[in-house]
Design a protein around this ligand. Structure first.
Ligand code: NAP
Length: 284
């Protein structure tokens, strides 16, 4: 059976579709025939157009819309939601995937970059969901939020990043409860490390000002998940929604174990996490 004759009638929005997980999610979804219309958004239009071409090749019946958007701009969610609804008439699935990490210590962070990170990772998904919610409720749709396993243990090198993901997780659970009975599914995916540009960007920036042996440079295959595997897990939620999914076969259990240890023994936990971060060139 080809993708086109399996295509459902779903209209899907994927943020952060120009690279990494977002691009793989879009591809996996189209390969599985789970979308009739797909809205791809990120800042890099050339990447979105190239992905759109690939997706049309996989499923010639697919409608693909590319909407370049900088989610760090406070008005972006409103513009994106308006254009999406005008062009599609309504959506069934929203995947809040766009996100970025800044591996500086909080005290060294450039305030403008920190603000952008908070906006892209936290404010934008909430606002976009709020603006598209009437349509999602009407069509008994699905919201999938991409969080992070980093929330298991507060990491001194990625404090602001982890805070955005912890906030996202709290809101995800609250929204799921608020929408109980409406038919809208709300799912959180919490991956551990994945090899994408996200990791490359962190490793590059870490290496600039410190020893080159960051945990990211040293990330072993057993620590990192394949982006295709995580994408498959995300796409599976469209047909079988679950509250929370982590990529447990890989590194996530380690975060959980360290988090539980820190909760039980806070003083030793602080010592251990600081030592680990400094030993890895993350910290001063
Ligand atoms: N990689 C990991 O180890 C890992 C682990 C756990 C969770 N995650 C989460 O997984 C999600 C996807 O990350 P990834 O690994 O696929 O990273 P990635 O390869 O760096 O892709 C990030 C995506 O977000 C988009 N984005 C960044 N800033 C944006 C902005 N201001 N406006 C609009 N879009 C923006 C990028 O597009 P443009 O640059 O074209 O705008 C890109 O498409 C993120 O939420 C990340 O926090 C990643």
């Amino acid at each position: 059976m080809t993708a086109s004759n399996r295509s459902s009638s779903r209209v899907v929005v994927v943020t952060g579709a120009s690279a990494g997980l977002g691009s793989q999610i879009a591809t996996a979804m189209v390969k599985r025939g789970l979308a009739r219309t797909i809205v791809l958004t990120a800042r890099r239009l050339d990447r979105l157009e190239s992905l759109a071409q690939t997706l049309r090749h996989i499923d010639p019946a697919l409608r693909v819309l590319t909407i370049p958007t900088d989610l760090a701009d406070h008005d972006a969610p409103a513009r994106l939601a308006r254009q999406t609804l005008q062009e599609t008439g309504g959506i069934d699935v929203l995947i809040n995937n766009a996100g970025l990490g800044l591996p500086t210590l909080f005290a060294d962070g450039v305030p403008e970059q920190l603000q952008d990170q908070l906006t892209v990772n936290f404010t934008a998904p909430l606002m976009l969901t709020r603006l598209l919610l009437p349509s999602l409720i009407e069509r008994r749709g699905t919201v999938i939020n991409i969080g992070s396993a980093i929330t298991c243990v507060a990491n001194s090198a990625l404090g602001a990043y982890g805070a955005t993901k912890a906030g996202l997780a709290y809101w995800n659970d609250a929204l799921r409860r608020e929408l109980a009975g409406t038919g809208v599914a709300v799912c959180l995916v919490e991956p551990g490390p994945i090899h994408t540009e996200f990791m490359t960007a962190l490793a590059g920036r870490v290496a600039e000002g410190s020893e080159p042996n960051s945990i990211l440079d040293n990330a072993k295959p057993w620590m990192t998940a394949r982006v295709e595997d995580v994408a498959a897990r995300v796409v599976g939620l469209i047909e079988r929604p679950r509250r929370r999914v982590s990529y447990t076969k890989r590194f996530v259990w380690t975060f959980r174990a360290v988090g539980a240890f820190c909760w039980l023994f806070p003083a030793i936990g602080d010592w251990f996490v600081v030592k680990l971060s400094r030993g890895r060139g993350f910290n001063s």
